[in-house]
Design a binder for this molecule. Structure first.
Ligand SMILES: [Zn+2]
Length: 205
């Protein structure tokens, strides 16, 4: 049963429900019950075995309804997970280029942050800060994060030795207006607008 696709399972459950409903309608007629409201003939309700059989049918109906509800819950949970993944598929990492003189001596490094926006839309509100106090980048001083790779120079880190590289943390607003934090390790946490705000927000607002 678990190998059946969800849609087929739901359709099968609906068929069972309709079958049970039809069975009850036929039984009502046999018992002499009509919507017009004539007197009930209790002798037509049948024997104990028929009563037990009726209870079993009712139990089957309850189980079918519970199964339908459970399937719907699983579907909704998978759907909400898919929506979150769609709006948060954004990752970032630091890279550097070595700068050498004519004699091939290392004279410094230029650091870039690469932000891969794998969502379908630009991200207009974002802020990238560092674990060390190296300032921040944001949409006010750069540009929206377009779908694909976005590369920005991080002047505050230039000439830094790789062993001292700080951990970048990206905060951004998704299409659902929820605010998310993505750490350099890829961990995603929902956060608040306050954490997305920066000194530029007040200047612009
Ligand atoms: Zn800013």
């Amino acid at each position: 049963m678990s190998t059946l696709p969800k849609r087929e399972l739901i359709l099968l459950t609906l068929c069972v429900l309709l079958g049970v409903a039809l069975f009850y309608v036929v039984m009502l007629n046999l018992f002499g019950l009509h919507l017009s409201g004539t007197v009930i003939d209790y002798s037509r309700f049948g024997t104990w075995s028929q009563a037990i059989s009726g209870t079993a049918t009712t139990s089957a109906l309850v189980v079918a309804l519970a199964s339908l509800y459970s399937q719907r819950s699983i579907y909704r949970s998978a759907e909400s997970r898919r929506v979150i993944e769609e709006e948060t598929a954004v990752f970032h990492w630091l890279t550097f280029k070595e700068v050498r003189d004519d004699a091939n001596n290392l004279i410094g490094r230029l650091w870039d942050i690469r932000i891969q926006n794998s969502t379908a839309a630009p991200i207009y509100c974002w802020k990238l800060s560092f674990s060390s106090d190296s300032g921040h980048l944001c949409n006010h001083v750069k540009r929206p994060l377009l779908p694909g790779e976005n590369v920005f120079n991080v002047a505050a880190l230039d000439h830094l030795d790789p062993s001292n590289a700080p951990e970048p943390v990206l905060i951004f607003a998704g299409r659902s207006a929820k605010i998310w934090t993505r750490s350099a390790l890829g961990i995603l946490v929902q956060c608040t607008q306050k954490e997305l705000d920066c000194p530029h927000t007040q200047t612009v607002g």
